[in-house]
Design a protein around this ligand. Structure first.
Ligand code: SF4
Length: 343
């Protein structure tokens, strides 16, 4: 079956929904293909957003409301598997065999959290109380932070840059969000566990967004989080089932050894399987599998293919506010293209 749309948006996360809403406001029809049974993408796994603790569910609702227009068709459980030219149009094939055609396609296929089992020196998947920042977020969302055997943690350590800026995994890029995410989660953990001591191991702290630096100061001054500059070299399980962490404090040039109840790995961002797939298929992959835009400086939403556009963290790691702005910019580029080529 072929459905008429001005733009087929692949991915119904924040970027896809934002762009669909903007296109609809301008009178263009967008069809959003989302492979999961619900739209929202990673917003569905997040409780509060940094830096202002905005409710992720509320933002999802706002984005959905913007798409509540006859000019947006949301198709869930619809995984796009192929994008190919068809005359002056682009044909998108869905896994179940359906096809759609449109003059433009916007790829919003996003990222996946880094799989921490690839950093075995941190003990993820081996020691029960080594968890990822995604798992900590789920605990925070439920309002209960416990070790696997049900204890209330008295001490929590965090390791930054897990799977980012890392020779071993080959991911040399910075994932941009995990520094401020650690600050946000440290504050939330302290609110839930006022007695807990918290230690955050970092290489650099990159507080690059608006109000990030203020949150970082607040985490130290009001929530007593200890930031230690240094890379953790190894972790081990103690006889009483806690986690021993060995590192070097590179500011004080001395070794650090501590035992904590919970160790949280701040995992970075990698291209999602769909991002890798379409980046490869359309021959526009950067060395890591993210999308390569036509020109990072001036044509960041455009690609080497006329009519194919990009938005969001399938291009590179970005936070939600930047993702939404990027989707706005992509919608504008699509409108410009459609005006030139179809109306
Ligand atoms: S944002 Fe911070 S934790 Fe994440 S990769 Fe960059 S420097 Fe490391």
């Amino acid at each position: 079956m072929t459905q008429a749309a001005d733009c087929i948006i692949i991915g119904g996360g924040p970027a896809g929904l934002q762009a669909a809403g903007r296109l609809a406001q301008a009178g263009y029809h967008a069809t959003v293909l989302e492979k999961e049974e619900t739209v929202g993408g990673k917003l569905n796994k997040w409780d509060k957003l940094f830096p202002d603790f905005y409710d992720a569910k509320k933002l999802k609702k706002q984005l959905e409301d913007d798409c509540a227009s006859s000019d947006v068709t949301l198709m869930t459980g619809a995984e796009a598997v192929k994008v190919e030219p068809e005359g002056s149009m682009w044909k998108v094939t869905v896994k179940d065999g359906r096809t759609l055609s449109a003059p433009s396609v916007l790829l919003c296929t996003g990222f996946e959290p880094f799989d921490a089992t690839r950093k075995e020196e941190y003990g993820y998947g081996i020691y029960p109380d080594v968890i990822s920042s995604v798992e900590l977020e789920a605990m925070i969302g439920k309002g209960e932070i416990k070790t696997r055997d049900g204890r209330t943690p008295q001490s929590v350590a965090y390791i930054q840059c897990v799977g980012s800026r890392d020779e071993k995994t080959g991911n040399h890029y910075c994932s941009v969000n995990c520094c401020i995410c650690a600050v946000k989660q440290c504050i939330e953990v302290k609110q839930l566990l006022p007695e807990a001591n918290q230690y955050c191991f970092y290489m650099d702290l990159r507080m690059t967004g608006q109000h990030f630096e203020e949150r970082y100061r607040e985490s130290q001054e009001k929530y007593n989080v200890h930031f230690i500059r240094g890379r953790v070299s190894e972790t081990a399980l103690t006889q009483d089932g806690r986690i021993q962490v060995k590192a070097e404090d590179t500011l004080l040039s001395r070794p650090v050894k501590m035992t904590v109840d919970l160790l949280v790995l701040m995992v970075g961002m990698e291209p999602s399987p769909s991002t890798r797939h379409f980046a490869e298929e359309l021959q526009m992959s950067d060395p890591y599998g993210f999308y390569l835009s036509q020109d990072h400086e001036s044509d960041d939403n455009l690609t080497r293919h006329a009519g194919i556009f990009l938005a969001g963290s399938g291009k590179r790691p970005m936070a939600i506010p930047k993702t939404r702005k990027d989707a706005d910019a992509a919608a504008w580029e699509i409108i410009r293209y459609l005006k030139q080529h179809t109306r």
